[in-house]
Design a protein around this ligand. Structure first.
Ligand code: ACO
Length: 349
């Protein structure tokens, strides 16, 4: 069977624009610090009560489905990537299936954080290649704004993240060499705790036993979310930013080169590189390392911040809407994030 192609693409970002200056109302930070370290000028925050990760995903999905020239009824599998689901369980895939009145098709949730969309794309591609499905909807969506520590304590993380959603529809590619040429997935759990949200979680009296030796019996029954966990901000994401940076600038170029070499191509063949929008400094480092021109790399973290699983499809959608991606172009998608997990995909548009 042929590989998959991206038949339609869509995105959605909430209306509310939050500037770096706006964040200074809540925490001790500055526009200068944020721009210098991350490149971010502003980000979008979803409506507190009227928008969720799923509802934003639905908006992006509608656009992708329409652009693919198909309908929600024709979709035969859903893959939903997010780290900020509406519920702890069930996942967003089924909520999207319900919201879009889809048939009783399969719905799979992917929990690979920043590289979630690349993982989802790879899984979708395999289903198309095997002939199991012909019309797969992939969504990456995040509502980070509901779960960040907006006090000065959380500033090294909270200033980075934004909300939004992106989606694609995968269909079998025509027999002309177009479509997803290859995908490459990796992980290294050795550093799992360097970029993580620890609680609520079942690790409390296992992996982190030494940290909880002081728990008294009364707290044991409340391990799911104790007062101590909240006091220690363990219900918010934790990041060792410098360690993440050091690993990301090695793994991004490595996994991009892996994809190029697999297809006997080189960086000069890349039409557009869409890196996960982790941090503008990371993207610039990768660009420099691969000796890519400015017009070969698309970044929009300046406007949206880091939208994790949504960042690659949002950037891909914008680059496509701006006419930067034309038929026959080689598009490289790459991501690195929590886990650590990372991956790349090479697409002949
Ligand atoms: N505003 C002002 N000051 C801040 C802020 C803030 N938002 N955040 C931290 N600081 C202060 C710290 O308190 C510290 O002050 P001190 O020296 O008085 O103690 C100082 O700035 C330096 O803090 P660091 O945490 O060491 O900051 P660093 O220079 O490492 O920059 C950053 C932080 C931007 C996160 C950097 O580590 C980085 O780029 N890491 C890459 C990780 C990344 O991009 N993650 C994105 C999400 S994960 C992903 O998508 C892969």
């Amino acid at each position: 069977m042929p590989q998959a192609r991206i038949a339609g693409i869509g995105m959605y970002v909430p209306e509310q624009v939050v500037s770096n200056q706006d964040l200074t109302n809540y925490m001790d930070t500055s526009d200068e610090w944020i721009q210098e370290r991350t490149g971010i000028r502003e980000r979008r925050y979803a409506h507190r009560t009227q928008e969720t990760t799923t509802t934003m995903g639905v908006q992006a999905a509608r656009q992708a489905i329409e652009r693919a020239g198909t309908t929600a009824e024709e979709i035969d599998f859903i893959i939903f990537a997010t780290l900020s689901p509406d519920y702890y369980f069930p996942g967003c895939g089924v909520l999207l299936q319900r919201a879009m009145n889809m048939r009783e098709i399969g719905a799979l949730d992917i929990r690979n954080q920043c590289s979630g969309f690349i993982y989802a794309l790879s899984v979708g591609d395999q289903f198309i290649r095997s002939g199991m499905y012909r019309n797969i909807l992939i969504v990456g969506s995040e509502k980070h704004s509901f779960g960040l520590d907006f006090s000065t304590r959380g500033r090294n993380i909270s200033v980075i993240f934004g909300d939004g959603a992106g989606a694609v529809v995968l269909q079998p590619a025509p027999e002309d060499g177009s479509g997803i040429l290859s995908t490459h997935l990796h992980s290294d759990g050795g550093s799992a705790e360097l970029l993580a949200m620890y609680n609520p979680g079942t690790h409390a009296n296992h992996w982190a036993d030494q940290n909880y030796a002081s728990f008294d019996e009364a707290e044991i029954g409340n391990m799911f979310m104790s007062h101590q966990m909240i006091d220690e901000a363990q219900n918010f994401p934790y990041m060792d930013g410098q360690s993440v940076f050091k690993k990301a600038v090695v793994k991004f170029p490595e996994v991009i080169m892996e994809a190029l070499q697999k297809n006997n191509l080189s960086p000069t063949d890349i039409g557009v590189l869409i890196p996960h929008q982790a941090n503008l400094r990371i993207s610039q480092f990768v660009q420099q390392k691969l000796q890519l021109r400015d017009d070969q790399v698309y970044n929009n973290i300046q406007q949206y911040g880091n939208t994790t699983a949504a960042s690659v499809p949002i950037a891909l959608c914008e680059a496509w809407e701006k006419g930067m991606i034309r038929q026959g172009d080689l598009v490289c998608l790459a991501a690195f994030g929590s886990g650590f997990t990372w991956g790349s995909a090479l697409v002949r548009w």
